[in-house]
Design a protein around this ligand. Sequence first.
Ligand code: ZN
Length: 619
Amino acid sequence: MIRNGISILALAALTVTPLTPATAAPAGHPASTRPAAQQKALTPADADAFVARVEKEFYAFNLEANRVAWIQNTYINDDSNYLASAYGARGTEMAVAYALEAAKYQKVKGLSYDTKRKLDILRTAITLPAPTRAGAAGILSDISTRLGAAYGMGKGTLRGKPINGSDIEAEMGTNRNPAELQEMWVSWHDNVGAPMREDFARMVGIANEGAVELGFSDVGSMWRSGYDMPPEEFAALTDKLWDQVKPLYEALHTYVRNKLNEKYGSSVQDASGPIRADLLGNMWAQEWGNIYDIVAPPGSGDLGYDIGDLLKAQNYDHIRMVKTGENFYSSLGFAPLPDTFWTRSQFVKPADREVVCHASAWDLDDKDDLRIKMCIKVNADDFVTIHHELGHNYYQRAYKDLSLLYRNGANDGFHEAIGDFVALSITPDYLVQIGLMQQSMVPSEDKDTGLLLRQAMDKVAFLPFGLLIDKWRWQVFSGQIKPEHYESSWNALRLQYQGIVPPVPRGEDKFDPGAKYHVANSVPYTRYFLARLLQFQFYKAACDQAGWKGPLHRCSFFGNKEVGARLDAMLKMGASKPWPDALEAFTGSREISGEALMEYFAPLKKWLDEQNAGKPKGW
Ligand SMILES: [Zn+2]
């Protein structure tokens, strides 16, 4: 997770509570319908001045808002909550006002490249725009707050007893009783999703009006406009990417279905057709790593080492873990983290107060005040997470000298992919290089299947889910999916892309999409699909630059300054240029592609095909 320098845009994306737009448009009279006499012709110089003012105001606001957010995250009490909420509302108000004003300059002739690009950034910065007609912003704000709260307070049941969201999620990962899994799945979707149905439909209608005022055909089209290409082209690109990786997903699906059939029998999971959604170790069947024990191949399934054990054996503490992460980036040529990083970060959970433990990376002043906020435990997950969070920090520092609206990732998939691609380089050989593992412990190549399958259960299983959430919402916002088909269309996409079915039939009185956080809270999702592909693309580029010759998944580019220099060239560009330019700076290619992911998992694909031979494929 990332806390950006331009956090007020991020805040606006999360909490859509537009207050009175600061543009002079009186309620009920959107700017575009005001009498012509009141409109004076706008010039490129006006647009330049507007952008300059926005960047100055945003920056001043951020300096305070970031600190308020930091305090609230690391010291939760009534007062810090009050301040964070007040700053959040103010930030959203500013973002909405700026988006509306930016839309007015959009058609001015003769705009400079930078001004045009920054106006587009401002116009697409709000996730759910409210229209300017009287009362609409309040209604939209109420609805989205209600949906978010309903999700946050949602409960399912287990053995008839209520169970909250985080507990039910954990239980879905470890419970192997099909009746209890079904109970948890059905109760969660019934209790959380179904009641949201009407509110969601109203929200779609109101936000669409707002998108039209900002110059978009609908909200989905607005979301797709953040990718430096026409919205239709971006949708086609995601289809193309899915086609590239689909054969691997289908092979994994077939293999996992057979293992589930072996474990549970045909009365629970048939050996052909779709997979029952509640059997995959995750409430949304989005990542399947939790059931690795069910699918692990005999022999190579046991990976032979655990990073957490290695860290403990050498008495690593949280500081040494973070230093090890920093050392990776230093080995690529990045400057050490500033002293304040070490004194101001939150590395461990304080004993005496409530904090947000969910890991995040912060940039407080767009200068050098970088921090991470974690509750580090000495284990493998947190070791990987540290590398991930530091990726955000190095990105933030690389683009700090750009003007404010450019201090961001090249697109929203890039920021998450940086740390993940570096984490892919934590291979057994790398662990030997830094003295964490002895050479004799490096797993032999016959263990590769287990290593790759464990990775694929999360990273490959996620791909169709990462795609379909917004496929569904894009069609909902465009009106292609009508409210009376919300549930059936959702299940049709789940079947088409993921090859899964609900454990029980679902009628149109349900609303299963709402049982997913990002739908209830209106967070766009395609970024996660892109990040999954980009991280492998970055990884392959780095390994090629490092002259790696072996199988891709064994490569580590630790210590390679040339890779660091090329990576830095991309990071430094921030959001100042279309993302294909940034991609090209590091990888040499302007095309996002699933090929690197396919190459990484090629040995696994071959193995899966052998396991699946003679068995029914697809669903
Ligand atoms: Zn992140």
